[in-house]
Design a protein. Structure first.
Length: 281
């Protein structure tokens, strides 16, 4: 899963990256390892014999080791973006996916909040493959950093009179069932995302003159809405997956805007067959 990052780095544009579920959280589902959880294998058995049958066909066996690999390969320098051209603030070596930078009058921050219920979905035989306790440790670490980072981003924006804050991550955190029902209440789709929701309710209330955009992928279609009908919070889900190779969200800042200084548009580009084929290798 490191190749998409290399593609972005080769583009030459500054790159901020935050961990997604396919890169780490879902290592236990890998088909190359027969997938003893969701897709088949020795489903339902928790015996030592079943564990011994589990094929070791992947280099990185657990979410934590996959995460550590991504850090060692791409985050040796915590002071710049992945291209080394844009100076950024980083939360810490423990949470290097949490970065922050001011670009074109917008404060852009990333947090580590992957999908698949933040890794806390307990699936058959998961403990044999990637212990639930390890996922809980990853969640506790990332969630604590995220709460601090969202607070820090809001405060920095206020201190520097910045009217727009973009917070990027991967998870579709909200309850899909409520979208399109007319409900004005935001709801987290899993208890793991409840602290995020409460923190966003907190900062949007504390800084009513700042416009907050939370931006993520995960469910692979374009959708925007204001959680709980909050005037200064827009949640945007972009398409992600393969579509990210030729479509993206473009934010434009208008310094003359009375309240919300940002305009967002989904931009589509044409990819040649030759270029598309190169990404399949």
């Amino acid at each position: 899963m490191a190749e998409p990052i290399r593609i972005m780095i080769r583009s030459g544009a500054p790159v901020l990256y935050t961990l997604g579920d396919n890169e780490a959280t879902d290592c236990h589902r890998m088909l190359s390892r027969s997938d003893m959880t969701a897709q088949g294998g020795v489903v339902g058995s928790s015996s030592a014999a079943a564990a011994a049958m589990y094929p070791v066909a992947a280099e990185y066996l657990t979410a934590e080791s996959a995460r550590s690999h991504m850090i060692s390969e791409f985050f040796s320098d915590l002071t710049t973006d992945l291209t080394g051209t844009l100076a950024v603030d980083t939360h810490s070596a423990a949470c290097p996916f949490n970065s922050m930078v001011v670009v074109d009058h917008m404060l852009v921050a990333t947090i580590e909040m992957p999908g698949s219920n933040f890794g806390l979905s307990v699936e058959p035989n998961m403990d044999l493959v990637d212990p639930v306790a390890s996922h809980q440790m990853m969640y506790d670490r990332a969630n604590a950093c995220n709460m601090e980072w969202i607070t820090a981003a809001a405060k920095k924006a206020a201190d520097h009179h910045i009217k727009a804050v973009l917070i990027g991550f991967q998870a579709a955190w909200w309850d899909v069932a409520l979208v399109g029902t007319g409900s004005k209440s935001a709801a987290a789709r899993h208890v793991a995302y409840e602290p995020f929701l409460q923190k966003m309710l907190e900062v949007t209330a504390a800084y009513p003159d700042i416009m907050f955009y939370t931006v993520h992928a995960d469910s692979h279609f374009w959708l925007s809405f204001s959680p709980s009908n909050i005037q200064n919070w827009v949640n945007l889900m972009v398409e992600g997956s393969d579509r990210a190779l030729y479509s993206y969200a473009k934010f434009t800042h208008d310094p003359n805007a009375e309240f919300d200084p940002l305009t967002v548009k989904e931009v589509h580009t044409k990819m040649s067959e030759q270029e598309a084929a190169s990404y399949g290798r």
